[in-house]
Ligand binder design. Sequence first.
Ligand SMILES: [Ca+2]
Length: 185
Amino acid sequence: MKYSKLTSLLLILAILSCNEKTTQSKIETKTKIAQPSLKNDTSELEKENTSNEESLLKGEFKNFEIFNLSDTIKVDLNGDKILDFAYLSKNDAKQMFIIDGQSKITTKIGLDESFGNMGSSFNWVDSWGTTNDKETFEIIIEDNEIIGDGKIELTNTSLFVRKNEAGGGVITFKNGKYIWVHQSD
Ligand SMILES: [Ca+2]
């Protein structure tokens, strides 16, 4: 009698422990969650930014080409039919230089008085490129106030610089030097 009670007790304990194991293994089962790929999203975003930039510029230029800030732009800027090289320095100051294709002389851009305080550094520039438009608009600022606007004739292929949603300007070769045409409020 005593023996049989003990057997029953052991049997009950064995069943209980078995049940516990089953529950535990259910909890331990892990579900794998698929990681969404971010790569496609990023390239879509870049595409969107570029097309936004393009559509904004379409309102300002008839003919233009956007370049990367790290690109050297090879185009004749002074009208002598020899390609010149324009680039932005890689350091934080982002200064602009143009190497004349014929004389190989490097000119630092931004020193002419037409640049005001826009030319000492171009680190504010988000995009730049070239335009072949024959004329462009100019916003005339005096003492930080807009006093008018007008049209400026462009005799050569010119560079433009832009800050997102803030405007910028055009750099064009006129009367023997590179000048600034202001296109921002
Ligand atoms: Ca040239």
